[in-house]
Design a protein around this ligand. Structure first.
Ligand code: ATP
Ligand code: MG
Length: 568
């Protein structure tokens, strides 16, 4: 492609509203442009990178024996109602209506749709197992779209679904798919780690996420020397209990005007945050529940859901909080709280003389003692585990790192097939629900993750596997006939050999062109200039290492192909 004719709108300055490197560089190098919040246009360079990643994903899915299909973006509400996800998915599910007022979902994921295909078409155990996949645009009306295409509302995902007779067969495919993911991310030169994950709204028993290591990642991964690695949502561990050996003191009521946060109250009372116990009101599958957690810890909503046997746990709104506690948000407490279940984290049990909200505006209670002053339905492990806690496996201190979740695999079991009545006839003649797995990989997020790991101060440093073009030819001065002619010949020869070339034939200053070349970051730059031509050479420069080589003008195309091959 000739740069003079291409839509590659580069910018010298960092865009104001981009917080992460990948977001900034994708905008500056002209890969993407925002249309509206969380919705992006992919311009030629961005789209070529997406296509390269898609091709690798496709090759590895095909190698793993999966079959590519394409399901519609739009699906009728009735399918989502069969599994209950029309309600459970909440506001993230993007809903539309047709001219007759019928409701549809814009697919955030496709379990319902693929299960519908299979229940209609597959009858016998003989046809199992198999895996279907697609690469498609997905829609999720994210609460906080951010970091460009990392958390978008419209994005590109590869989603695969496997169907089995039994768990053994699922286990085998699950392993094969995780191997395929490992190959994909290795081919993309990513530093990544598969970790145990919670199952969330998709459901099922076992799940792994593939995390690309990055300080800008939104995921916190908990790791231990013993090899254990899990997302913080999923991580099991022990929070060190705090035992002071104090004797219980008489309960006191204290005025805390306008003090709603742990920081405000603990500072005002001159106490450590752990002594304040937070009371958080949740809605769990329609039940209202109060969860108690030490002030220095956070509730793990996935664990809370498991403890309560609830699929969906969400913090209650202000109205519900006022209704159940009789006080505005910020003053909830367990003492005298009627009509709701109270569930407390294990670490609350040994505490003595704690501070809690008074269920009254501007009031807290001091010297509260669990058991004496309030009743809990149960004590459970509902705390989010973090760095410094002890590993549940070996007891050593846990560490953590931040990562970008690029893919997730789930063993779904019969969660979807059971409620959608998707069954096959097994060898014994009995109808059984399909055992299922699902495997999602964010294609557009992966491109951003590559840039997070492959850049320097001057711009992107593409690994060859994902680079929009293999080589940039940079003609230093296109007004020079000799330069233009040498560059054109090289451009033609490389293209004829199947090399993807971006030819910077713009009549711009060399400074601008060199800066843009670094920003766009193709693996190899070949500079054609009067001075080097006089020496009978062009200059090849490897973007990643900065290594520069004189390549004789005659036979340059072959030598450049050889250099490229050495880079992959
Ligand atoms: P997250 O926890 O980041 O919201 P998720 O668990 O909801 O992701 P999955 O349902 O597992 O995501 O989707 C499969 C993959 O799709 C993810 O691993 C991720 O790479 C990608 N993905 C999910 N949500 C988005 C989004 N809003 N924008 C871009 N990619 C996304
Ligand atoms: Mg996930």
């Amino acid at each position: 492609m000739r740069w003079s004719k291409a839509l590659i709108p580069t910018h010298k300055e960092d865009p104001a509203d981009a917080e992460t490197v990948s977001h900034r560089l994708m905008l500056r190098a002209g890969l993407i442009r925002k249309l509206t919040s969380g919705v992006y246009n992919y311009l030629p360079l961005g789209w070529r990178a997406i296509r390269k990643v898609e091709e690798i994903v496709r090759e590895e899915m095909d190698r793993a024996g999966c079959q590519e299909i394409l399901m519609p973006v739009v699906s009728p509400a009735e399918l989502w109602q069969e599994t209950g996800r029309w309600g459970i998915y909440g506001k993230e599910l993007w809903r539309v209506q047709d001219r007759n007022g019928r409701f549809f979902a814009l697919g955030p994921t496709h379990e319902e749709i693929v299960t519908d295909i299979v229940r209609n078409e597959v009858r016998s155990y003989r046809e199992l197992p198999f895996t279907l996949y697609q690469i498609q645009t997905k829609f999720r009306d994210e609460l906080r779209p951010r970091f460009g295409v990392v958390r978008a509302r419209e994005f590109i995902m590869k989603d695969a679904y496997s169907f089995h007779r039994d768990d053994d067969s699922l286990d085998e495919t699950y392993r094969r798919m995780c191997d395929a993911y490992t190959r994909i991310f290795e081919r993309l030169d990513l530093t990544f780690r598969p970790v145990e994950a919670a199952t969330g709204a998709i459901g099922g028993s076992t799940s792994h996420e593939f995390m690309v290591l990055s300080d800008t990642g939104e995921s916190e991964v908990i790791v231990c020397e013993c090899g254990y690695a899990a997302t913080d949502e999923r991580a099991e561990g022990t929070v060190r209990p705090i035992e002071t050996g104090e004797s219980p003191l008489p309960l006191e009521r204290i005025d805390t005007p306008d003090m709603k946060t742990i920081e405000e109250v603990s500072e005002f009372l001159g106490i450590e945050p752990w002594r304040l116990v937070k009371t958080i009101i949740y809605e769990a599958d329609g039940r209202t529940v109060a969860a108690l957690i030490r002030g220095d810890r956070e509730v793990n909503e996935a664990k809370l859901g498991m403890a309560l046997g609830a699929d969906l746990v969400v913090p209650a709104g202000a109205e519900t909080i006022e209704k159940v506690t009789g006080a505005p948000v910020g003053f909830s407490g367990p003492v005298g709280l009627e009509g709701v279940e109270i569930i407390a984290d294990h670490t609350v049990e040994p505490l003595v003389n704690i501070v809690v909200g008074g269920n009254e505006s501007d009031v807290h209670l001091k010297n509260v003692n669990p058991g004496r002053d309030f009743r809990t339905t149960e004590f459970h492990d509902i705390a989010l585990i973090g760095r410094g806690d002890s590993c549940a496996r070996c007891g050593k201190e846990l560490d953590s790192f931040r990562g970008i979740e690029v893919s997730q695999a789930f063993k779904l079991g019969t969660k979807y097939s059971s409620c959608m009545k998707a069954t096959f006839l097994d060898e014994d003649g009995v109808g059984k629900p399909f055992v299922m797995g699902c495997y999602g990989l964010g294609v557009s997020r992966t491109v951003a993750a590559i840039i997070e790991q492959h850049h320097d101060d001057d711009g992107i440093v593409w690994p060859t596997s994902a680079a929009p073009f293999d080589v940039e030819i940079l003609a230093v001065n296109v007004k020079s006939d000799d330069v233009r002619q040498a560059a054109e010949v090289l451009y033609d020869e490389l293209q004829a050999a199947g090399v993807a070339v971006l030819y910077d034939d713009r009549d711009d200053s060399p400074g601008t062109k060199f800066k843009d070349a670094d920003l766009v970051g193709l693996p190899l730059r070949v500079t054609v200039g009067d001075r080097s031509l006089k020496r009978g050479v062009v200059e090849a420069r490897v973007r990643r290492t900065g290594e520069q080589t004189d390549v004789p003008r005659d036979g340059a195309a072959q030598e450049i192909q050889r250099m490229l091959a050495a880079l992959t």
